[in-house]
Design a protein. Structure first.
Length: 256
C-alpha cells in the first residue's frame, strides 16, 4: 500500500441535517450546461500525480474508493451543496482532502465542483493549479469591477473549478463579513443544482473565520491527524459546529 492509499479513513455522522440559511437550489439546471463547461488545457495523469490529485484509473485505488464513499454521503443531501472542510489544528491535511474530494465529485459527468480557498494563512490553490497571474477571492471582494466569473478558474480537470485567496488575502482582515462574500456564496450555491462547493477552511479552534464559515455553510467535514488530537480539543471543536451541520470526521493517516 502506497502513501496516498494510507491517507484517509472515514467515520461519517449519518444524522439528518437541517437549518439551511440559503434558499433552495433551482433544480432546472441540466447536465447539458455542465458538459459545456470550458476547459483550456487538461492536466495529464503525470501532472495530476505531481500535484497529488487523484483521477479515474490512478494507482491510489483504495483512496479513490474511500473518497467516493464520502462523495456518496455528501450527495445524499442534494440541497446541501456548500461544504466546509476544516480541522482542529494546523497541518492536518485539510487542503489535500478538500482538493481531492472536489476532484472525485467531478468524476461524475452529471456533477461539477468548486474548491474555494478560505485559509489565507496556508494558501495552496494558486501554486498547485498554476494561477499566479489571476484574480482571486479577496480581489473580487474589494474591486467592484470584477465579476464572479473573473475569479472562478479552470483547474485543468473536467467539471472542476477553483477559486484562490487572491492578492489581498491577509488573515488580519475580516473578509468573510464583507457583503460581497455572502452574496457570492449565495450565487455559487444556487447557480447550478448539480454543483458542490468545498471551502478549504482554517482550523476551528484557532480561527474566528472558521467559526463564521461554519455558520454560513450547509455541512462541515472535520479532518483529524491520526492520534494527534486530544479528547479535550475534539470536545471543544464539536461545540463550535452548529447543530446538525457535522457531516463527519475524516482521520488522515498521512499528512500532506
Amino acid at each position: 500500500m502506497n502513501k496516498l492509499e494510507r491517507a484517509i479513513s472515514l467515520s461519517m455522522n449519518m444524522d439528518n441535517h437541517s437549518g439551511d440559511i440559503f434558499s433552495e437550489i433551482d433544480s432546472s439546471q441540466s447536465m447539458d450546461e455542465i458538459s459545456k463547461m470550458k476547459i483550456d488545457k487538461i492536466l495529464t495523469n503525470p501532472e495530476m500525480d505531481e500535484i497529488k490529485i487523484v483521477y479515474p484509473g490512478c494507482e491510489q485505488e483504495k483512496l479513490v474508493n474511500q473518497l467516493r464513499d464520502i462523495r456518496t454521503e455528501i450527495n445524499k443531501s442534494s440541497d446541501k451543496n456548500l461544504i466546509m472542510v476544516t480541522s482542529i489544528q494546523e497541518k492536518s491535511g485539510v487542503s489535500f482532502f478538500a482538493s481531492n474530494i472536489a476532484a472525485v465529485t467531478a468524476f461524475d459527468s452529471g456533477r461539477s465542483s468548486i474548491l474555494m480557498e478560505c485559509n489565507f494563512d496556508d494558501p495552496m490553490i494558486k501554486t498547485k493549479f498554476n494561477l499566479e497571474s489571476s484574480n482571486g477571492l479577496t480581489d473580487y471582494l474589494y474591486n467592484n469591477d470584477l465579476t464572479e466569473d473573473a475569479i472562478i478558474h479552470d483547474s485543468g480537470i473536467r467539471r472542476y473549478r477553483v477559486i484562490h485567496g487572491g492578492e489581498s488575502s491577509s488573515s488580519m482582515q475580516e473578509h468573510f463579513v464583507h457583503p460581497r462574500f455572502r452574496r457570492f456564496l449565495f450565487s455559487l450555491k444556487n447557480r447550478y443544482s448539480d454543483r458542490t462547493i468545498y471551502l478549504d477552511a482554517p482550523p476551528l479552534t484557532s480561527s474566528a473565520d472558521a467559526r463564521l464559515l461554519a455558520e454560513l455553510c450547509d455541512l462541515v467535514i472535520v479532518i483529524l491527524p491520526n492520534g494527534k488530537v486530544s479528547k479535550n480539543k475534539l470536545s471543544a471543536a464539536s461545540k463550535l459546529i452548529p447543530k446538525n451541520k457535522l457531516l463527519g470526521v475524516v482521520v488522515n493517516n498521512y499528512i500532506y
